[in-house]
Ligand binder design. Structure first.
Ligand code: ASP
Ligand code: MG
Length: 410
């Protein structure tokens, strides 16, 4: 008998029929003797619909009131699931974030959980009830409703699992696990049985959108075993843990991540003096623009070329800031490119293997793909390439690092 926190996302509770199916699933676990806490999202599309209503009143809705409205989506699904369970003879009770007492700070629309009072939940579990909790919402010290940011129900699930010291936090969604890369790009992508928190964080921040990043951080910090599973298909899913023991036998690379979210800016012919990087990037961060990759090169004539990437949404503002800087410091020119893509190989196995980066560069060279920028960390190598080669690059790397699933009949 285990204590399991199960979180079901919007598509899994997107209709009454689906909620009935979720109830069947929860009942199965209950019948097997597990203690269950179920965290739900709003029905798919509902949160967007509520935000849209608010925007019809005001372009910039008051954050506190926006939380009051968007938190209603989850209140609907928890009540429906509790009813469906009770109908099946399974004692159940639903709670809003306020009722459990999921205490957060007062940063409306992006609140952080400070503390969870688990007393009520434990008492219900002891009485044999399934506890159904609204995801995505909490309450601040003064009793204001808060929400945790889009996709925040994952964080609620993990936080509850941490507070209750649950044996596992299961995230049910519309995919059957975490894949070596996006199966829409590489048909031979494979489901991973296991991945570490660190790897998952890299994959998530690089664009693999299975889990909210904050939820993965939280799970890693409190060492909550997380499992991603398909809501309606049977299967083991992907377990996300701290465990690196078996990494010796694991492939060196766990996955290939990519995104088209960045743009590149270059300032050329900057007089190379101490403080140059600060002069260039100071105003960029002053404009609240986040910089990702950075490359600096010094030329023979004591000038330097400086290139960095920003989110594509920030490209225009970054360009304006940089052009001002160029005039002030006497740089030769500023150029930019939005048609780039970032491709990364991710794996804890890299720590114990040499030559991983060069293997990556070799695979790209074979496809005549030019690398524009490179950055590395302990468990990741990223390159920036021309956007039109993105899919080719991902496929080539997936094959080069032996991640392809065996073809039928092989
Ligand atoms: N309903 C919220 C959203 O759509 C929270 C969640 O689904 O996790 O962002
Ligand atoms: Mg979600």
């Amino acid at each position: 008998m285990a204590l399991i926190v199960q979180k079901f996302g919007g598509t899994s509770v997107g209709s009454v029929e689906r909620i009935e199916q979720v109830a069947d699933k929860v009942k199965k676990f209950r019948d097997a003797g597990d203690d269950l806490v179920v965290v739900l999202s709003a029905m798919s599309g509902e949160t967007n619909r509520l935000i849209d209503l608010a925007k019809q009143i005001s372009d910039q809705p008051v954050p506190r009131e926006l939380d009051v409205i968007v938190s209603t989506g989850e209140q609907v699904t928890i009540a429906l699931l509790a009813m469906a369970l009770i109908k099946r003879g399974v004692p159940a009770v639903s709670y809003t974030g306020n009722q459990v007492r999921i205490l957060t700070d007062s940063a409306h629309n992006k609140a952080r959980i400070l503390q969870i009072d688990d007393q009520k939940i434990r008492a219900d579990l002891k009485e044999g009830r399934v506890v159904v909790v609204a995801g995505f919402q909490g309450v601040d010290e003064s009793g204001n409703i808060t929400t945790l940011g889009r996709g925040g129900s994952d964080t609620t699930g993990v936080a509850l699992a941490a507070a209750l010291k649950a044996d596992e936090c299961q995230i049910y969604t519309d995919v059957d696990g975490v894949y070596t890369t996006d199966p829409r790009v590489v048909s031979q992508a494979q489901r991973l049985d296991k991945i570490t928190f660190e790897e998952m964080l890299e994959m998530a921040s690089l664009g693999s959108k299975v889990l909210q990043i904050r939820a993965v951080e939280f799970a890693g910090k409190y060492n909550v075993p997380l499992r991603v599973l398909h809501s309606f298909k049977e299967g083991p899913g992907t377990l996300i843990t701290i465990d690196e023991e078996e990494s010796m036998e694991q492939p060196i690379i766990s996955g290939i991540a990519f995104n088209r979210d960045e743009a590149k800016l270059t300032i050329r012919g900057v007089p190379d003096t101490p403080g140059v990087a600060f002069k260039i990037l100071g105003p960029i961060s002053g404009a609240n623009i986040e910089v990702d990759m950075i490359v600096q090169n010094v030329a023979h004539d004591n000038t330097t070329d400086f290139t960095f990437t920003v989110h594509r949404n920030d490209y225009q503002s970054a360009l304006t800031v940089l052009e001002n800087t160029a005039r002030e410091i006497g740089a030769r020119e500023v150029v930019g490119d939005t048609k780039i893509a970032k491709v990364s190989i991710v794996g804890v196995g890299m720590r114990s293997h040499a030559g991983v980066a060069s293997r990556m560069f070799e695979a790209l060279a074979k496809e005549s793909i030019n690398i524009q920028m490179i950055s590395t960390s302990e468990i990741k190598v990223s390159v920036v390439i021309e956007e039109k080669y993105l899919e080719l690059a991902v496929r080539a790397l997936h094959t080069a690092f032996e991640l392809d699933a065996p073809r039928q009949g092989e």
